[in-house]
Design a binder for this molecule. Structure first.
Ligand SMILES: NC(=O)c1ccc[n+]([C@@H]2O[C@H](COP(=O)([O-])OP(=O)(O)OC[C@H]3O[C@@H](n4cnc5c(N)ncnc54)[C@H](O)[C@@H]3O)[C@@H](O)[C@H]2O)c1
Length: 483
């Protein structure tokens, strides 16, 4: 399998067309003043030095190094720490690794005290977020935490209590909000063009490269990730909460593992699969040895913790769903119908928002199809970027926002260009994260997400998991999540 190293998102995810754009649309990127020359930089530690940490390492040793300083690492795997320490050293122009102090998971409090840490960035396995957020707050640091904020009822309660008792700051990095197409839909709804929202229909499809990746890694166990209704869909539920500026109150969900996993594979005659992808390439596998970054972060790190990132998605042991649907009632009266599929031939999403004055429709194709090379192996994003969007295929990559008011013809709303990955969201998110206090004016889109937004987003997935387990609709308030 051909790999492309990218720091911003999962290496199997499609590269958004807008990531090739260097000039951002006016109004998309917030304006910031320069920091005062004598202002001390904020001191950051990274907990969880896997793939996602790379985006923050790059930011704090690059564009945002004037306002923030990376001062320590925390992980249980020394090889992954060493990889990022090397990256930081070279980004800072040093002859070798940065040589930052390293700590284990039990030493978070010691790290915060010894290194005088202002903010802990939590990029660990989802299951560990609540504990690390709680401990960091109580040890005197603020927190930036990757989505999902947590995976369980207990995690929600723990974080809510810690925030209430410490008064400290928790930011959840919902980068999808910053993708210009998603911001544009919020603007359309907030403008009143379609009236009051009565319902939303939201379909997200992950393709057999990116989708399969959740069934190879730690995500495949529900105890680690909460399943895709928490791990992945917390992005999507956050978008709906934010688009509607509303709160979800009741969830009914259904879902199952119908494509990946050993039983489904056997039913379709897929037998004798190799245990892992490395050394055994095929369209459903990932070869860690083929990419220097994946090799260093995972293959060469296995000796320390035994974690294998390239398991066969058709092996036993998967406890998450690959087909999911949910109906969510909102306090303001709207209903969301949502579905997520993880084995589609293309990747992207479609959102339709019905209102009392009309309807808005956002269609996004992130990867139109998966290309195989002559040996039958996947070619990841052969011509990533905006060129790919104009290849004239039946399913061209790109995004389209259409608004149609009652008794009017449909109109296309222009979506401004973004910068960076995730549909142009990550680079803007990083500016907002590290230069928040230097921002000129308020963000009319209110894109920065706090822990309450993080809790609301996971509340839908946690309730959906409960609903799948016992077949009932779940009233979110009854879960006593603590907020
Ligand atoms: N916003 C996005 O678009 C986006 C994209 C990718 C990942 N993420 C999130 O980032 C987080 C990390 O994902 P990843 O892809 O980097 O995973 P990863 O497996 O590459 O990295 C996770 C790291 O956490 C470490 N770890 C596990 N348990 C730990 C503990 N108790 N204490 C300290 N470290 C521990 C592992 O050793 C590993 O280095 C996840 O929560 C994921 O949801 C978000």
């Amino acid at each position: 399998m051909t790999q492309q190293s990218r720091l911003d998102q999962n290496p199997t995810a499609p590269v958004p067309a807008s990531s090739a754009s260097s000039a951002a649309g006016a109004g998309v990127v917030p304006q910031f003043v320069d920091p005062p020359a004598d202002r001390p930089r904020r001191r950051y530690a990274i907990a969880g030095t896997g793939h996602r940490a790379g985006m923050y390492v790059g930011a704090l040793t690059g564009e945002h190094a004037d306002v923030g300083e990376l001062v320590a690492w925390l992980d249980l795997n020394p090889a992954r720490i060493a990889y990022h320490d090397g990256q930081a050293g070279s980004a800072l122009g040093l002859d070798g690794p940065a040589g930052l102090p390293q700590y284990g998971p039990d030493q978070l409090e010691q790290l915060i005290a010894e290194q005088r840490v202002d903010v802990v960035i939590v990029t660990t396995v989802d299951r560990t977020h609540a504990e690390l957020v709680d401990r960091a707050l109580r040890a005197g640091a603020d927190v930036i935490v990757e989505k999902p904020l947590t995976t369980s009822v207990e995690g929600c309660q723990r974080i809510t209590k810690a925030v209430a008792e410490t008064g400290r700051d928790v930011v959840v990095t919902f980068n999808y909000r910053y993708a210009p197409r998603n911001s544009s839909l919020r603007e359309v709804i907030a403008s009143g063009a379609i009236g009051d929202v009565t319902s939303v229909h939201f379909e997200w499809v992950l393709d057999t490269v990116h989708g399969a990746d959740y069934f190879r890694r730690w995500h495949r166990e529900k105890t680690n990730s909460g399943g895709l209704l928490v791990h992945k869909a917390s992005h999507h539920f956050d978008l709906v909460n934010w688009w509607l500026d509303d709160t979800p109150v009741k969830v009914y969900a259904s879902g199952a593992l119908r494509f990946y996993g050993d039983k489904n594979a056997a039913d379709r005659g897929l037998t004798d699969r190799p245990e892992r992808g490395t050394g055994n390439p095929d369209p459903f596998s990932i070869d860690l040895a083929a990419d220097p970054r994946l090799n260093a972060l995972y293959l060469q790190a296995e000796q320390h913790d035994g974690y294998r990132r390239d398991l066969d998605p058709f092996a036993a042991g998967i406890t998450i769903e690959d087909n999911m649907a949910a109906v969510v009632d909102y306090r303001g009266g709207a209903t969301l119908t949502y579905s997520l599929n993880a084995h589609s031939p293309w990747e992207g999403y479609k959102v339709s928002v019905n209102g009392t004055a009309g309807r808005a429709e956002l269609t996004v194709v992130e990867r139109g199809h998966i290309e195989l090379d002559a040996d039958g192996n996947v070619v990841l994003d052969p011509s990533a970027g905006s060129e790919r969007a104009s290849t004239g295929s039946t399913r061209p990559e790109g995004d389209r926002l259409i608004v149609q008011r009652h008794w009017q013809p449909a109109e296309e709303v222009a979506i401004p260009s973004g910068i960076g990955g995730h549909g142009g969201g990550d680079a803007i998110l990083l500016k907002d994260l590290f230069r928040r206090d230097l921002r000129v004016g308020e963000d009319p889109l209110r894109r920065a997400a706090d822990y309450l937004d993080g809790l609301k987003a996971v509340s839908v997935g946690i309730a959906a998991n409960e609903s799948i387990a016992d077949g009932r609709a779940i009233v979110i308030e009854d879960l006593a999540l603590g907020f």
